[in-house]
Ligand binder design. Sequence first.
Ligand code: BDR
Ligand code: CA
Length: 312
Amino acid sequence: KKKMILDLDTGVDDALALAYALATPDADLIGVVSSFGNTQMETAAQNTLKLLELLGEDNVPVYLGASHSSTTTDFETMQVSKDIHGDNAIGDVVLPEPKQNVAAQTAVDFLIQSAHKYAADLIVVPTGPLTNLAAAYQKDTKVADLIGNVTLMGGALTVPGNVTPYTEANINQDPEAADYVFKHAKHLVMVGLDVTLQTLLTKKETQQWRDLGTEKGRVFADIFDFYIDAYDSLNINKAGAALHDPLAVGVAVDPKLVTLLPLNMMVDANDGRTIGDPTRLRDAHKNNFAAVAVDEPFYLERFMNYTLAILG
Ligand code: BDR
Ligand code: CA
């Protein structure tokens, strides 16, 4: 069975990526590393610990990662992130202090150690900035070739960005790290806005979690309803809120959910755009695969089956 590491900037959709990763029978979640992004890195780690405890899975270790991008010394949460994910990044839902502590090892060292231990059997799923993974690649140059599969949520190839007309939020947080990872990963699948904006969740589905009558079901419904309301009031999408991060987990274990375009990619240094790398365009070997279409009904059915099971 494959081993999975999630790299989360634990906001609302990251919380669902966590639930999906715990529920899927196709991989074992061996750890979660934390990143800045939707919130400060420490808050993301605490959110992960709290959610793991709520889900009865607090045996999964949580590692502290980058607190700012590879080219800056500081990070402040953007107002738009607070508007979409809440001040605490999980829809302003208050959860009890977790019993589990963060692990002693750093995120980068855990990624390196796991790459050597599991190699081709390891799947890394970043759903935030790519700072931790780029740092692991750079600290131990064997790591990029060892990790069998990196499937990330980020980027936009065929649709506009969500931060600027060109760039998506996770790439925008650290374009240099993202560029390094696209170019060096052995096998990288980009689950970008091209497909995540096609997988939407509404209050009809969150009501099904509520109807389970469990604390877990209520909490996840409250968290996601905050995000649905934000998508509505900020005019991002009135038809529902995007399941960005859990789609990356779904594709990581079952790439057949999407149509993949083989393309050697880069991140444009000027505008953070994820595009084809002209210097590698004619290379017969492709290391990047961009998801350009998704089977939404099939994915949504699986997403609801998994989440109803773990929240029940
Ligand atoms: C991505 O940015 C974050 O706000 C979300 O958690 C998701 O990972 C969407 O652009
Ligand atoms: Ca995220």
